[in-house]
Design a protein around this ligand. Sequence first.
Ligand code: F0G
Length: 457
Amino acid sequence: KLPYAEPFRIKMVEEIRQSTKEEREEWLKKANFNLFNLKSSQVFIDLLTDSGTGAMSDQQWGAMMTGDESYAGSRSFDKLHETVQNITGYQYLLPTHQGRAAENVLFSVLVKDGDIVPGNSHFDTTKGHIEIRKAHAVDCTIDEAFDIENPHPFKGNIDLQKLENVYKRYPKEKIPFCLITITCNSSGGQPVSLENMKAVKELSDRYGIPIYFDSARFAENAYFIKMREKGQENRTIKEIAKEAFSYGVGMTMSSKKDGLVNIGGFIALNDAEIFKKASNFTIIFEGFITYGGMAGRDMAALAVGLNEATEFEYLESRISQVEYLGNKLIEFGIPVQKPIGGHAVFIDALGFLPDVPREEYPAQTLANEIYKEAGIRTVEIGTLLADRDPETRENRYPKLELVRLAIPRRTYTNNHMDYIAVAIKNVYDRRDEIKKGYNIVWESEILRHFTVELEKA
Ligand code: F0G
């Protein structure tokens, strides 16, 4: 058997520069110990996010040149519409400038004060768009997801009992929909099985609740289904994705992930009434309904990107690279969420830095140490991200305190992965010396992690 190699070659490169430890210490302090405040030139390898940070293909760049910039009725919209219909099976399309804008538009139609939106560990902007409307997101993810050593193949799955409890406790009018996030970013880039989606649909049908998907990484989810779910191994990614979408009535999309573009999002759905209402909000918040905040050229690149992202060879290369990094960390004994996720490796900061008190933000502390060590920017998925309870204003301590190493698509090589693994091992080797974390100096009311200012505890 031949060894595995990427199904692409590189025809344009971008220089990145290393810095010294002293420089990084200084920059981190100036950034108020918040990695979002760093300049990209102060970062050697950027694992802050896989969102909008990937490389486009020559086919996508070619499509950019043919984009139709008409305000209404753009050819590029038609092309995108046709592609989305083919992949999702949904009839109507509303482009938006990114995923959270799609949430804003759709939730403006569907979510009201006092509503309950159950789902599998809603993403932070999603929860933000629910809570800003004085509604509540209820996490119904299976318990296995929160045990990092449990090798469950579908740790994004919804616990049917938890979901039914929500359906029994609240009247139907209070539950506008159930939201399935594929893959489940917050539980570690973990997939949801077709079997689970089908069961969630059957249960929700009984209570008259529709299902929507937050589908930022729907193609990676389909890849995991093909690799892990019995009976799915001979189907194409596109067939699996389409079956998944058939269990819902619509979706929001951040095209910056599995759309393989640097900006963009959309809503796709089947209900004509909801489409009409959402069209009005699109016009107010985003732009006319055939561009919704996107340039024609960006829609053209997205149409190509959606097709590339649903090719098996692409997904195999992408997800194997993430797994390669994850396996290196496992070899070094570093505690990570298992199995390795689709877009990122998630390090368990409580296991890595047991001496840093929970109130001093161990995951943020670890992310800052990794930056200081080697110029690698990661992101905290822990207490800072979880925000305060909207009513009590107390810190919400999530079950897991994680540092996410998100891998941009088609961007770094496995030499970069080796570098990252050794850098983190170096921090791991000196973990006993790290006993103090950070205190908050200033924070915003909602989504505080983006702008929080910290000081050393
Ligand atoms: N849903 C999920 C599951 C996401 O991961 C994101 C973004 C969004 C919605 C919002 O989309 O950024 O285009 O507005 N996640 C990025 C991340 C930011 O780093 O995980 P957006």
